[in-house]
Write a protein that binds this ligand. Structure first.
Ligand SMILES: C[S@@+](CC[C@H](N)C(=O)[O-])C[C@H]1O[C@@H](n2cnc3c(N)ncnc32)[C@H](O)[C@@H]1O
Length: 224
C-alpha cells in the first residue's frame, strides 16, 4: 500500500470539484445540451477534468493540439480555450450529429476559428496528416482498442516536452477486475502496462474522474 494517500470518498471528491475556479456559462450550457441526449451523455468528460485540461494547455503554452474523440465538443472547448493566441486544435470523430452540437457551442464561445473538425476514422485522419505536422498537446478519448494506435500516431508528431492525455485509464475500476476480459478493458490494461515501461515518455496516472494518464515526451538525449 502507498504510505501517504487520502481515500477519495464521494463527498471528498465533490469537495475537490467545488474548489476549482473554472466556471464557464457556455460549458455549462453545452453540458446541459449533452445531458439531454440521455445515457450516452456519460461519454462527456467531467467538468473538473475539463478545467484541468484548460489549465494544462495554458501551462505548456500549447499552440497546436489534437483530440481523438470529440463527441459533443466539451473537452475540445476546454482545450481550445487554453490555447495560446493563434493556436489550433484538430478534432477527430466519426459522428456528425454529436459533433454538430459541439460546433454550435464553439461558435458561441468564440473559439470556432481555432478548431478544425475532421469526420472519419481517427487512425486514417492521423496517418493522413501532412509531413511536418507537429503537436504540443494530444487528448485521446475514443474507441479503447485503438488507443495504442492513436498514441503512436500522436507521439511521433509531438514536440519534445509536449504532452498527451489518455482518458478512462481506470475504466470504472475494471482494469483491476480479473473477471472483466472484454476487448476495451484488455486494451486499456495493455496500454497502461506499456506506457509505464515506455522510455520515450515520462508518465503519471491521475485519479481525475475515470482516470487520466498524462505523459510528457522526453527530449532527445534526455536522461531519465
Ligand atoms: C468518450 S466520447 C468523447 C468525449 C469527448 N472527449 C467529450 O469531452 O465530450 C468518444 C467519441 O469517440 C468517437 N469515436 C469512436 N470511434 C472512433 C474512431 N474510430 N475514430 C474517431 N472517433 C471515434 C465517438 O463518435 C465519440 O464521439
Amino acid at each position: 500500500m502507498p504510505d501517504k494517500y487520502t481515500t477519495l470518498t464521494p463527498n471528498l471528491y465533490q469537495y475537490l470539484i467545488d474548489h476549482r475556479t473554472e466556471h464557464d456559462p457556455v460549458l455549462a450550457e453545452l453540458a446541459q445540451a449533452t445531458a439531454a441526449l440521455g445515457p450516452v451523455s456519460m461519454m462527456q468528460i467531467a467538468p473538473e477534468q475539463g478545467a484541468f485540461m484548460t489549465l494544462l494547455a495554458r501551462l505548456i503554452g500549447a499552440r497546436s493540439a489534437v483530440e481523438v474523440g470529440t463527441f459533443t465538443g466539451y473537452s475540445a472547448l476546454c482545450v481550445a480555450r487554453g490555447l495560446a493566441e493563434g493556436g489550433r486544435l484538430l478534432c477527430c470523430d466519426i459522428n456528425e450529429e454529436w459533433t454538430a452540437i459541439g460546433r454550435r457551442h464553439w461558435e458561441k464561445a468564440g473559439v470556432a476559428h481555432r478548431i478544425e473538425l475532421r469526420l472519419g476514422p481517427a487512425v486514417d485522419t492521423l496517418r493522413g496528416l501532412p509531413a511536418g505536422t507537429s503537436f504540443d498537446m494530444g487528448f485521446i478519448d475514443a474507441d479503447k482498442p485503438n488507443y495504442r494506435h492513436y498514441y503512436e500516431e500522436i507521439l511521433k508528431r509531438l514536440r519534445p516536452n509536449g504532452v498527451i492525455l489518455f482518458d478512462n485509464v481506470l475504466w470504472m475500476g475494471q482494469v483491476l477486475d480479473a473477471n472483466t476480459t472484454d476487448e476495451s478493458t484488455a486494451a486499456l490494461r495493455a496500454l497502461n502496462d506499456f506506457i509505464a515501461n515506455d522510455r520515450r515518455v515520462e508518465a503519471v496516472m491521475l485519479p481525475i474522474s475515470d482516470g487520466l494518464t498524462l505523459v510528457r515526451k522526453r527530449a532527445a538525449g534526455e536522461v531519465g
